[in-house]
Design a protein around this ligand. Structure first.
Ligand code: PEP
Length: 250
């Protein structure tokens, strides 16, 4: 019922020639005839090059962030409309690295989500607890705060343009994957929170991805969980063969 999503977050890697090379290798490896949304998120500077290399492919293009103003005196920022202009259909918002290193708050995430959706983008909205928060037994409280803060004021129609990515911070880039059971438990909680905020129908429809050291070896077990609808992949998305193996998980 929910279409699976496999998204690759390239983070701060790949210049123009490397982008074309990775996309050219990836496109023939990824099965295009299946009901799975495949997305790649390169850095801003190579989005046009990636779009060109993706020509004719069903792989979607995402940016890794955006600002909430459409234009103005906001040096260094990139607006949702500008992302649409270069061929993006999706954008990542609220990644834990942006929250951790750039001080992004739930309020900023909320503004970005609203602006991105208004511009016609689908948002990959990231949430997740740190190791200290998990160990203090605060996982659900943190997820609840990030979910309600990020989605504040959204209509159910706007929620349809959002894909949630549960990314426990302690599993990102560390090689430590949440167990299938830990991930499922968090996903079920997120879905129940969405039901509380928006109702059972929207909660059944919303896609929730897992992110955190996803690899070809663990994708099947994760995808077998009832409330896991896909993956947001960092490190393993930087090699065509590993990302294709994840995308072709079934
Ligand atoms: C990410 O960047 O969103 C991520 C999950 O990274 P990794 O797969 O490398 O843990």
């Amino acid at each position: 019922m929910r279409k699976p999503v496999i998204a690759g977050n390239w983070k701060l890697f790949k210049k123009t020639a490397e982008t074309a090379d990775l996309v050219n290798k990836l496109v023939p490896l990824v099965k295009n005839n299946r009901q799975v949304d495949i997305i790649i998120a390169p850095v801003f500077t190579v989005l046009s090059a990636a779009k060109q290399a993706l020509s004719g492919s069903a792989i979607h293009l995402a940016a890794q962030d955006c600002y909430w103003q459409e234009e103005g005196a906001f040096t260094g920022e990139v607006s949702p409309g500008m992302l649409v202009d270069v061929g993006c259909s999706h954008v990542i918002v609220g990644h834990s690295e942006r929250r951790q290193y750039f001080g992004e708050t739930d309020q900023a995430v909320n503004c970005k989500i609203k602006a991105a959706v208004a511009a016609g983008l689908v948002v990959l909205f990231c949430i997740g607890e740190t190791l200290a928060e998990r160990e203090a037994g605060r996982t659900f409280e943190v997820l609840r705060t990030q979910l309600s803060g990020g989605t504040a004021g959204l209509t159910t129609t706007e929620l349809e343009k959002i894909i949630i990515a549960y990314e426990p911070v302690w599993a990102i880039g560390t090689g430590k994957t949440a167990s299938n059971e830990q991930a499922q438990e968090a996903h079920a909680f997120i879905r129940s929170e969405i039901a509380g905020l928006f109702g059972n129908g929207p909660a059944d429809m919303v896609r929730i991805l897992y992110g955190g050291s996803v690899k070809p070896e663990n994708i099947k077990g994760l995808m077998a969980q009832k409330d896991i609808d896909g993956a947001l992949v960092g490190g393993a998305s930087l090699q065509a063969d590993s990302f294709a193996a994840i995308a072709n998980y079934d």
